[in-house]
Design a binder for this molecule. Structure first.
Ligand SMILES: C[S@@+](CC[C@H](N)C(=O)[O-])C[C@H]1O[C@@H](n2cnc3c(N)ncnc32)[C@H](O)[C@@H]1O
Length: 295
């Protein structure tokens, strides 16, 4: 039986459960789905993608969304009214995009990152093409990599930034690693959600990048300090002690430890005058001994 013939039939269940518009609850639910996610969509808002078949269908998140009936494929030449999350975007997704997302949905470009130059960006897209700000991938292929998200992460990121965490979570729930995307980026997502326009998201991104850069510098400096504590101060090490010797040999005597040293510009210890005298006395004695041996 065709869909059309079935269109105005009441469901077999409770015929008395009709809404104020005279349709059954089930019919009204179906009408809401069609209004929001588009015909046949199982998602509350329209999801779409241009699929260039670059990826392994088993690993491709866009294809999986399609198999689940959550996303619609668009042809080259077709434009999309909602937010187009795209490497070709100008400006980033921001909370001010919420109304567009809620009314028109979101789309992505399913292609390989390595083959972006083959994508005819002039024949796809729409009025609201956007980049995503700094976020880190949690998928198994690119785990930990910033910016290069897969399609489901990109859509979820768009929903999360505009404050639709419910849609972000729902979409990601179809992937075993999915929920970890929101966990991994939770702090940053909260920061972006507090922004307004694209510029404020860019500013938040810049501040975040400066913060993580500073943390990297601090960790490097800390690692250097830890290294010195681990190996001991090389300037104080007795040159006669080899690397392979037991660490307990590096413990300095109290007398040695209380000495103050002077260093040259290369960090070598400069022998004190008394030490120089002792050294030359020893050299003289050695020479005398050798002379005595020879004679
Ligand atoms: C290049 S495809 C790779 C898809 C991958 N093969 C998969 O399994 O989903 C990822 C798409 O997500 C969107 N996307 C991901 N990260 C993005 C970012 N930082 N800015 C803009 N769009 C992004 C774009 O639509 C992009 O084309």
């Amino acid at each position: 039986m065709s869909k059309g013939k079935n269109k105005n039939r009441e469901p077999r269940g409770d015929r008395s459960a009709k809404g104020s518009n005279g349709h059954s609850a089930r019919q009204n639910h179906k009408r809401m789905e069609m209004k929001q996610g588009g015909e046949g969509s199982k998602f509350p808002v329209k999801l779409a993608m241009w699929d260039f078949d670059h990826c392994d269908p088993k690993r491709c998140s866009g294809k999986k969304l399609e198999r689940l009936g959550l996303i619609k494929s668009l042809r080259v030449g077709q434009k999309f009214q909602g937010i187009v999350v795209s490497p070709n975007g100008n400006g980033v997704v921001c909370p001010n995009d919420r109304a567009i997302v809620e009314e028109q949905g979101a789309s992505v470009v399913e292609c390989s990152w390595a083959r972006l130059d083959e994508v005819p960006f002039n024949k796809i897209g729409g009025k609201h093409e956007r980049l995503l700000p700094y976020l880190v991938a949690a998928n198994q292929v690119n785990y930990g990599r910033p910016w290069k998200l897969n399609c489901v992460e990109a859509l979820a990121a768009c929903f999360a930034i505009v404050g639709r965490m419910d849609w972000a979570s729902e979409l990601l729930s179809h992937f075993s690693w999915g929920p970890s995307f929101l966990e991994l980026n939770s702090e940053l997502i909260e920061i972006y959600q507090k922004c307004t326009d694209a510029q404020s998201v860019k500013d938040a991104e810049t501040a975040w990048l400066a913060k993580i850069q500073q943390e990297v510098e601090e960790r490097k400096a800390q690692a250097k300090t830890d290294d010195i504590w681990m190996t001991g101060n090389v300037n104080r090490r007795d040159a006669s002690i080899s690397e392979s010797e037991d660490c307990s040999d590096l413990v300095l005597s109290e007398e040695e430890d209380s000495k103050t040293y002077r260093y040259d510009s290369l960090g070598n210890i400069i022998a004190s005058e008394s030490e120089e005298e002792t050294q030359s006395d020893t050299e003289e004695e050695e020479l005398n001994d050798r002379h005595a041996d020879e004679t």
